[in-house]
Structures are given as structure tokens and as C-alpha cells.
Design a protein around this ligand. Structure first.
Ligand SMILES: [Mn+2]
Length: 494
């Protein structure tokens, strides 16, 4: 009797625990289901918002024309360099080789009548922070102030350019890139003219969005890159067009570069911008609290930038229609809320960073994630560079480019020479900023100062050669394809 009741009791207990277990399982399942529904709804909502929210972009008169064959003189030697990224001389400034550039201009470029073509991202407007200019101010005044700060920080380079302009027969052509898009503003153009002692109507300095003639086609190259492609690249738009890449630099990278983490100032080296996420994940020493804080801040910032539509309509003033409408009262609070968006995002990223710093005992899987992220970053970098080469090759096939021999751009910071067919070639002029191929080994390019020299033969056919400047004491050498990075070798073996 007693035993039977014991059995019954334990049976009951067993049933009870099965019941509890079932309840827990069904509770977890319900929670997961709700989570899935919530995420789906959020994604749907985001999709609807992006569909409905159509921002109309209107071109303004602040424009820069393309440079065409009628204004290209092929008798002169042409020299092309790109992506100098001259900044305001602070921690965010990536150009630290004024001496090399000055020597190059004085001893090589000025040696004979030359057209010097700066093929975009010459000035790093996006990383200039000034006490009297708001970070999201896109106006003629802001553009002029930022360029003044850059000119003051690199006075020696500007002096050398002025000396170049003083010589008979020289021409300076500046193409617009995504980091110096603000050169479209006439105020910015005027600041540079004044610094170079040139009158407003002096055609020896000219600006362009592209350069096409005499068998050569040159653009900066950002229009081939979906993160930095402008809907209207030919002029400033109203509202100002803030492309994803610009947003990432201004809202995430600039703040990260001020971080005390030693690798912080190198963070804007990463091309393409979409590889930023994988690059952060692949950073060494995730087990180090400082690195963990930094990486987490970057990733949270990156996710916030990609989650929403680009903030094109960050206009600092209400437009005509709104000014005359009773809805005007709503504008101020909404504008203030929007203006504080970046500060809120940065605060969230900092908080996440602080939490990550405090986490202890990271599981083994972190190392695997890091290795996979490293491979993914390297895949994205190769895909990006190949994509731009492919776009150039497609362009070269179009009828209006049939007669051209040289297809040139910068933007990727990776110098390259790729044959398109037997007599046409794609050349990327790389960068003069301090770049690191691989943070793990801190390997830097040995050919630091690449430039393209174009000389026309007696038949008017242009011959371009990518060369490397090694200082005034030795002649430039022909650029050679460097050893593939350790990273690439690894991914090839696998
Ligand atoms: Mn660029």
C-alpha cells in the first residue's frame, strides 16, 4: 500500500516536472515567435518608411562643369595625382608628408610646362572640425571656413602650388571627389584662388567633375562606388546630398578617431566603407578591454548609420513653402530633434562600448568570428577594387570612349595598372596618405608617392606611365605591382 502510494507520488512529481518543462518550452517558443513577428514588423515598417519618404533633390547653381576636349591642350606634359586628403592639421588629418609633396612640386612637376591634375579628394573637408562651424552645416560659408583651415595647416604645400602657378605655361586642374564635394561652392573656389594669388578670371586654375579629351578620361571614381555615389554629382543639391560614405565619416569615424585606442587614427583607411564593419570585427586583441570598447563603439555606430535612410534633408533652414505655412511651428521642435540625432547615436555607441569593455571571459568562438571577419573584409576589398576596374572597362567599350587610351581614377587608395585591351589601360593613381595594408602586421606600401605622367607622341597619342616619387635626389621609378598582402595569400590557399 505504502509502496504503491510512493510510486503514485513519484509519478505525480514526474508529471508535474514534465508540465513545468513543457510550459517553459512553450513560453520560450512563444517568446521567439513574438520576437520574430516584432522583427518582421520593424523591417516592414522600415521598408514602408523608405518607400514613402521621397526626398526631392533639386540642383542649385553651385555647379562645376566637366572638362571637355575643346579645353584640353595635349602638347603639354600632364601629371595626375589623387587622394591627398589634406586636412586641418589635427589628429584626424591623414596627410603628413608635406615635405615630399613640396619637393615633388618644386623639383619634378615645375621642371617643364605641365598640367597638374589633382584627381579628387585633394582636400579633406569632411574631417575638419571648427568651433564656429556646426558639423552638419552645408553652406557656402562653412565650405570656405573649412578650406581656410586646411590651407592654414598646409601652408608649405600651398606655397609650392603658388610657385608652380607663377611659371609660364603651367595649368592646375582640380577634379572634385566625395571628400571635397564642397569645392562646388564658389566661395571655396575663391578661397583657393586667393591663396594662390590668382584673379577670378584666371583660367590657369580650373575645376571639373571629370576630364575627357586628348585620348584620356579621368574622374575621381566615387560614382562607381555605391556608398559614395551622388544622385547629382554635378552640383550642390538642395537639400544637400549626404551620401552614406559621408555620413559614416562625419557621424562615426570622426568621433572614433579621437578615441585613445592606438589604432584609432587609422580607422578611415578602410576602402570600401562597407568593409568597415568586418574590419572592426577582425581587429586583433578583441580580448583586450580597450580594443573591445573601441570595436563595439564602431560597430554600433555603423549599424545605426546603415539602419536608416541617408539624412539628405538636413536643411538648416525651413524652405519657402514651410516658412509661409502654419505648419512652421512644428518645424523647430522636429528640426531640433533631428539635429540631436547624431549626438544620441554617439551616446548609444559609447554606452555599448563601455559595457563591452567590462565584459569578462570571452568565449572561444570570438577568435573564430575574428578570423572569419578578416576573410570577409579581405573579400570585400578585392570585390570593391575589381568592381571599379570592371566599371571602367565597361565605360571603355562605349562609342564615345572608343578613341581613348587611358582611363584614370583614384578613390580606392590602391594604385593599380590593368590592361583593358592591347592599347588601352586602366590606371588607379592610389593615394599619398599614410595607409596600412594590414593592421595585424602594420605593413605599409613601399611605393608611397605614386603619380601618373602622360606624354603625347608626335601623332597625338597619349602615353601614360604610373611612376613613384622617391625624393629630389633620384629619378622616379616605374610603379610595380606589389606582393599580394599576407591576408590575400591566406584566403587564396583556403
Ligand atoms: Mn574618394
Amino acid at each position: 500500500m505504502l509502496r504503491r502510494s510512493n510510486v503514485r507520488q513519484s509519478k505525480q512529481r514526474f508529471n508535474a516536472s514534465v508540465n513545468i518543462l513543457m510550459k517553459v518550452v512553450s513560453w520560450i517558443l512563444r517568446l521567439l515567435l513574438r520576437l520574430a513577428v516584432a522583427i518582421t514588423l520593424l523591417l516592414l515598417l522600415r521598408w514602408i518608411v523608405l518607400r514613402i519618404r521621397r526626398v526631392q533633390i533639386r540642383p542649385t547653381p553651385y555647379t562645376t562643369p566637366p572638362i571637355g576636349p575643346e579645353s584640353i591642350d595635349v602638347r603639354r606634359r600632364r601629371i595626375v595625382i589623387s587622394d591627398l586628403h589634406l586636412g586641418a592639421g589635427d589628429r584626424k588629418d591623414d596627410f603628413c608628408d608635406d615635405e615630399a609633396l613640396i619637393a615633388f612640386l618644386d623639383h619634378y612637376v615645375s621642371r617643364e610646362p605641365t598640367e597638374l591634375i589633382l584627381a579628387g579628394d585633394t582636400f579633406e573637408f569632411l574631417q575638419v572640425s571648427l568651433p564656429d562651424v556646426a558639423d552638419d552645416e552645408w553652406t557656402p560659408r562653412a565650405a570656405a571656413r573649412r578650406l581656410q583651415a586646411i590651407i592654414a595647416a598646409h601652408a608649405g604645400v600651398i606655397d609650392a602650388l603658388r610657385r608652380f602657378m607663377q611659371q609660364e605655361g603651367n595649368q592646375l586642374t582640380i577634379l572634385i571627389g566625395n571628400h571635397d564635394f564642397e569645392l562646388h561652392y564658389p566661395t571655396a573656389k575663391a578661397v583657393l584662388r586667393e591663396a594662390l594669388n590668382l584673379a577670378t578670371d584666371d583660367h590657369r586654375l580650373r575645376f571639373g567633375i571629370s576630364y575627357h579629351g586628348g585620348g584620356v578620361y579621368i574622374v575621381h571614381g566615387n560614382q562607381f562606388d555605391r556608398w559614395n555615389r551622388f544622385i547629382n554629382f554635378a552640383s550642390i543639391s538642395e537639400p544637400f546630398e549626404v551620401v552614406r560614405g559621408t555620413q559614416l565619416v562625419k557621424e562615426v569615424i570622426n568621433e572614433l578617431e579621437e578615441d585613445r585606442f592606438p589604432l584609432a587614427p587609422l580607422i578611415d583607411n578602410i576602402k570600401p566603407s562597407s568593409a568597415f564593419f568586418w574590419y572592426l570585427m577582425s581587429l586583433q586583441r578583441l580580448r583586450d578591454p580597450d580594443a573591445r570598447r573601441f570595436v563595439t563603439r564602431g560597430i554600433v555606430g555603423f549599424l545605426q548609420v546603415t539602419a536608416w535612410a541617408p539624412p539628405h534633408h538636413l536643411s538648416s533652414e525651413p524652405d519657402e513653402w514651410l516658412r509661409n505655412s502654419p505648419l512652421k511651428v512644428l518645424w523647430q521642435p522636429i528640426a531640433t530633434f533631428r539635429r540631436q540625432r547624431v549626438a544620441r547615436h554617439q551616446a548609444i555607441a559609447r554606452q555599448f562600448g563601455a559595457v563591452a569593455e567590462a565584459v569578462d571571459n570571452l568565449p572561444e568562438v570570438v577568435d573564430q568570428v575574428r578570423d572569419e571577419a578578416r576573410r570577409q573584409a579581405s573579400r570585400e576589398v578585392s570585390a570593391f577594387n575589381d568592381e571599379i576596374a570592371r566599371e571602367m572597362a565597361l565605360l571603355a567599350q562605349q562609342p564615345s570612349y572608343r578613341a581613348d587610351r587611358l582611363f584614370v581614377c583614384g578613390h580606392t587608395h590602391l594604385a593599380r595598372v590593368i590592361k583593358l585591351d592591347h592599347n588601352r589601360v586602366y590606371i588607379n593613381t592610389g593615394t599619398w596618405t599614410d595607409i596600412v595594408f594590414d593592421v595585424e602586421t602594420m605593413r605599409r606600401p613601399t611605393q608611397r608617392y605614386p603619380f601618373l605622367e602622360i606624354i603625347n607622341d608626335a601623332d597625338g597619342i597619349p602615353h601614360g606611365q604610373l611612376l613613384v616619387w622617391y625624393g629630389p635626389d633620384q629619378p622616379p621609378r616605374v610603379w610595380v605591382e606589389e606582393e599580394p598582402s599576407r591576408q590575400r595569400k591566406q584566403s587564396r590557399v583556403q
